[in-house]
Design a protein. Structure first.
Length: 505
């Protein structure tokens, strides 16, 4: 579900899409990485349990979830930090917490901020905030951090999806009533007063995601439902923002109908411009876990990525769609095959859905085994929340962030080349490719001593690193000992490997 944010799209965020396996990424000469963001994690405070929801208002990031404490980067559980009961706020530039510390009696599952950056609305399991009754829904002033008095719609059960557009706050979840009126899993209230609106799509099962088209003409809802207003709408629907009446959405047919072996639920929705992106998590082996893109006006399918491994979070930034999942098989889209590890963080081209050049990773924590569960962005960064405890192999629990900070990840250090000399005056040199967490195309240079003898541009992926080149070096003096080393660069960062020596026959 999209969290309403103040979006600042940088020039970097709209560079051309890098596709794999055959395409070459368009690299930014100064930043040195292929997609809109670097794969290097930025310093950020942590939580002691899962972060389920994120949203941005100006330079403040709001996080909600199951956590009860936050702590400094690098610190283990139980050391340092401060109390935060299911809700916290952080400085978007530094990753440090603000003084925002309301007291809730239950978990937060959804957060949305108003487009003017003045209000933040939360939804979840809580029934009190700062000792005051707030039945699963509450609103705060961004400027003061105070709970808004008198804004207190009473929702009967969990709110797990939120979106704000204009004066409407759209909510979805597991509830059946709002303000003691029937509202099955979907409802809307006013931003100004919290009064219940007539909007009533009437779903038959849980809703996990809501977003609104950028022009406000459509509301997209997703979850585990199979009907709205007694009409068949499986997992995904596009509805009128005022009446709640569903429009036809052809792209929804790309999600398989429920069966005993496969039930695929929509877990997140994000809109950008004239596109809407939809993430699914399926039950059972081989059940649809992918991402699709549709036209936000007509609902027609634009593309579909069929990676396996439940997708819980997506965020569109420029020409890229970032995804949080436990993807373990993307072979149907030209990516890695099952058995090559799990990629919890990936990026896809927003134009084609093919995998792009961004390969940071988390572990999968808790019972979900997913890791990332929520995304938010201010346009030049990506905040990631979830139940992970490691990011890029280092300790970091519940919350992390990535940015477009200059430099990006470095390529791995190349190994010593293999060298042999079986013919007079000749040597044969070969070396494997290495991976770079935010570039696909790397330049490999081979040196004999300090003399450059060859250069090659090659595509490399974390799961596939074949031989980069085999070079036949001739005209050497018999009996002499020569050494070779490989240097690799992504356009900014340079790594040089150890040398291998050989005596020429």
């Amino acid at each position: 579900m999209k969290k309403a944010v103040l979006v600042v799209v940088t020039a970097l965020a709209v560079i051309g899409a890098a596709l794999i396996p055959s395409g070459r990424p368009v690299e930014a000469a100064t930043q040195g990485f292929g997609s809109a963001l670097s794969a290097l994690r930025q310093a950020t405070w942590q939580t002691n349990a899962s972060v389920n929801a994120l949203a941005v208002a100006g330079n403040t990031v709001y996080a909600g979830g199951l956590f009860t404490r936050i702590r400094q980067p690098g610190q283990p559980v139980g050391r340092g930090g401060a109390v935060r009961s299911y809700l916290a706020a952080f400085n978007r530039s530094t990753g440090a917490p603000t003084g925002f510390a309301p007291k809730l009696d239950g978990a937060v599952w959804a957060i949305a901020t108003s487009s003017d950056g003045k209000w933040v609305v939360i939804g979840g399991d809580f029934t009190t905030v700062n000792g005051l009754p707030r039945k699963h829904l509450a609103m705060f002033s961004v400027a003061t951090g105070k709970l808004v008095a008198g804004w207190d719609p009473a929702v009967a059960y969990r709110v797990s999806a939120l979106a704000i557009y204009g004066n409407s706050v759209y909510l979805g979840g597991s509830f059946g009533r709002v303000d003691n009126q029937e509202r099955n899993y979907l409802a809307a209230v006013t931003l100004k007063t919290g009064a219940l609106l007539p909007w009533d799509p009437d779903a038959d099962d849980e809703v996990f995601a809501i977003d609104v088209a950028d022009n406000g003409s459509r509301v997209f809802v997703g979850g585990g439902f199979t009907s709205l207003k007694d009409e068949d709408h499986n997992a995904l629907a596009m509805v009128h923002p005022t009446t709640g009446v569903p429009f036809a959405m052809p792209a929804a047919a790309a999600i398989p109908e429920p069966s005993p072996d496969c039930v695929s639920r929509v877990k997140d929705i994000d809109t950008l411009g004239n596109k809407v992106f939809v993430a699914n998590a399926g039950s059972g082996s081989g059940c649809y876990d992918g991402v699709l893109a549709a036209d936000a006006r007509t609902g027609k399918l634009l593309w579909q990525n069929l990676c396996l491994g439940a997708t819980e979070a997506i965020k569109a930034i420029g020409n890229w769609l970032y995804k949080g999942s436990h993807a373990h098989d993307c072979s149907k889209n030209g990516g890695f095959k099952d058995g090559n590890g799990t990629r919890h963080l990936l990026v896809e081209s927003a134009t084609t859905g093919k995998l792009g050049p961004w390969f940071p990773n988390t572990n999968g924590g808790g019972t979900t085994e997913v890791g990332p569960l929520a995304f938010a962005s201010g346009g030049s960064d990506l905040w990631v929340g979830g139940d992970f405890t490691l990011v890029n192999g280092r300790r970091q629990q519940g919350l992390t962030r990535f940015s477009n900070a200059v430099g990006g990840a470095q390529p791995a250090t190349p190994g010593a080349p293999k060298v042999s000399s079986t013919r007079a005056g000749r040597a044969v040199v070969s070396f494997p490719r290495v991976a770079d967490a935010d570039n696909i195309t790397l330049t490999y240079t081979l040196f004999r001593g300090n003399t450059k003898v060859g250069s090659w541009r090659r595509d490399s992926y974390p799961w596939l690193k074949p031989t980069a080149a085999t070079f036949n070096d001739s005209g050497l003096k018999r009996g002499q000992t020569v050494s070779y080393r490989v240097q690799v660069t992504d356009g900014r960062n340079v790594r040089t490997g150890p040398a291998t020596a050989v005596k020429v026959r």
